[in-house]
Design a protein around this ligand. Structure first.
Ligand code: ADP
Ligand code: GN1
Ligand code: MG
Length: 369
C-alpha cells in the first residue's frame, strides 16, 4: 500500500514558493513515485515535481543526490554558457530549508525538481521527428558528459548494464522460484537461455578496452527526454539517477529498444510489436549529428549490438522480476512484467533478423555533421 503523503507538511521542509493547491501522481516512470505539485503565489501558478525516491533500489541517497547535484550543476553551467534557459533545459533541484538536496522522513526520502513547463514526455514515438529530436538531445547530453570528471561520481548501481551479472541474477531468481511461477514460463526461460551468448558481446569489449567506458545516462528511454510543445525540440534530458560509467552503445541501444517499437512496452498483442528499421535510421542520424567526433568507429560498429543487448537484458530483467513477484518495476496489473518481457523478446528476434542491415547503417557514411 502506498503511503498517503501530507503534502503541506512535507513541502514546508523545502524552499518552495507559494501556497499549496494540490498534488497528485504523475508520469509513467517504473522506479520512483512521482507527484505533480501545484502552488499559487498571488495570481501565478507554480509547479514542482516531487519524488519519493525508491530507497529499496537507491540505498545510499546521499550518494545518489550528490551525483544528481553535480550533474545538474554541470548541465546548468553549460546551458547558461550557450545562452539557453537553465530552468527549462536541465533539471533543477529545489533544496530543503536546511540546504539539503533531499528530505528524509523516517524511511522515506523526498526530492523536488522545478517543473519544466511547456514540454512533454512521450510513452510512444508519435512521429519520426520527435524520435529524431530525442536522439539529438541524448547525443548532446553524451557530448556534454564527455567533459565531466568521472572521478566525482559514485557508481550508484554497480553492474547496472552488466548483462552477465543480470543473467546470473536471472538464474538466481529461477532457483529461488519464490512465487512458484517458474513452471508457467518455461518457454520464456528456454528462450533467454538459448540467447545467453549475447551477454558478453559488449562487456567483453569494454573489458578489453576496445570500447571506451564513459560517463553515460544509462536510462535513455523516450520518456526521459522532454520535448518542447512549441518547437518540437528535445530540450531537457531528465531522470539522472543512473548517470555513471557505461557505454554509448548502451545509451544508444536503450533508446532504440523503446522507440523503434510502434507499440507499448507492455503490449499484450505481439502482432502489434515490430522493430522498425526506418526509425532506427532516424535515431541514428539524430544521434550521430549531435555527438560529432566523440564517438569511435568501434562504438559505431557496436551500436546495433547495443540495441539488441539492451532489449535482451531488459526482457530478462522483466522476466526476473516476474519470477520474483513484481518487486522491482512498478506494475498496474497482473502479468504486466511478463507482457513486457514478451515484447522485448519479440524485438530481439526482429533485430537479429535485420542485424546485417543495422550494421551497415551504423558503420556507414550516414550523415554525421
Ligand atoms: P522514474 O525514475 O520513475 O522513471 P522520472 O524521473 O523519469 O521517474 O519521472 C517520471 C516522469 O515525471 C517523467 O517521465 C516526466 O514525465 C515527469 N517529470 C520528471 N521530472 C520532471 C520535471 N522536472 N518537469 C516536468 N516533468 C517531469
Ligand atoms: C526503468 O525509471 P524508468 O522507468 O525510466 C529502469 C530502466 C529500464 C526501464 C524499462 C533505474 O526506467 O533500467 O530500462 O525501467 N530504471 C532503473 O522501461 O532500473
Ligand atoms: Mg524515467
Amino acid at each position: 500500500m502506498e503511503k498517503t503523503i501530507n503534502f503541506n507538511k512535507l513541502l514546508s521542509n523545502f524552499n518552495v514558493q507559494g501556497e499549496f493547491i494540490e498534488g497528485y501522481r504523475y508520469g509513467e516512470g517504473h522506479i520512483n513515485d512521482t507527484y505533480l505539485i501545484k502552488m499559487r503565489e498571488k495570481e501565478r501558478e507554480i509547479k514542482y515535481i516531487l519524488q519519493r525516491i525508491n530507497t529499496r533500489l537507491f540505498q545510499d541517497v546521499d550518494k545518489l543526490m550528490s551525483n544528481i547535484v553535480l550533474v545538474t550543476d554541470f548541465c546548468k553551467r553549460s546551458v547558461i554558457r550557450r545562452g539557453g534557459d537553465p530552468l527549462r533545459e536541465c533539471l533543477n533541484v529545489v533544496l530543503t530549508r536546511d540546504n539539503k538536496s533531499y528530505y528524509r522522513d523516517g524511511d522515506a526520502c523526498y526530492r523536488i525538481y522545478i517543473f519544466i513547463e511547456g514540454a512533454t514526455t512521450y510513452q510512444i514515438v508519435r512521429n519520426p521527428q520527435d524520435f529524431y529530436e530525442s536522439a539529438v538531445a541524448f547525443g548532446n547530453f553524451a557530448n556534454l558528459l564527455a567533459d565531466f570528471d568521472a572521478s566525482q561520481l559514485f557508481e550508484i548501481l554497480p553492474n547496472f548494464h552488466n548483462t552477465k551479472v543480470r543473467y546470473a541474477n536471472f538464474l538466481h531468481a529461477l532457483e529461488e522460484n519464490v512465487c512458484n511461477r517458474r513452471e508457467q514460463v518455461q518457454k520464456e526461460i528456454d528462450w533467454v537461455m538459448a540467447h545467453q551468448n549475447l551477454c558478453g558481446k559488449i562487456i567483453d569489449k569494454i573489458d578489453s578496452g576496445e570500447i571506451p567506458l564513459r560517463v553515460t545516462h544509462n536510462d535513455t528511454k523516450l520518456n526521459n527526454v522532454m520535448i518542447d510543445d512549441k518547437t518540437g525540440k528535445g530540450i531537457a534530458v531528465i531522470d539522472l539517477d543512473t548517470v555513471m560509467p557505461g557505454s554509448l552503445c548502451y545509451d544508444f541501444g536503450d533508446s532504440i529498444r523503446f522507440g523503434c517499437n510502434p507499440a507499448a512496452e507492455d503490449e499484450p498483442d505481439l502482432t502489434k510489436v515490430n522493430f522498425r528499421v526506418d526509425l532506427f535510421e532516424t535515431y541514428l542520424k539524430g544521434y550521430l549529428s549531435a555527438i560529432g567526433n566523440t564517438i569511435t568507429q568501434a562504438e559505431r560498429e557496436n551500436l546495433p549490438m547495443g540495441a539488441i543487448l539492451m532489449t535482451y537484458e531488459c526482457g530478462m530483467r522483466f522476466l526476473t522480476d516476474y519470477l520474483e513477484g513484481d518487486v522491482y518495476f512498478r506494475t498496474h496489473r497482473p502479468g504486466q512484467n511478463l507482457d513486457r518481457a514478451h515484447t522485448q523478446f519479440k524485438l530481439v528476434e526482429d533485430m537479429l533478423s535485420v542485424y546485417d542491415r543495422l550494421l551497415e547503417l551504423a558503420s556507414g557514411e550516414i550523415c554525421q555533421k
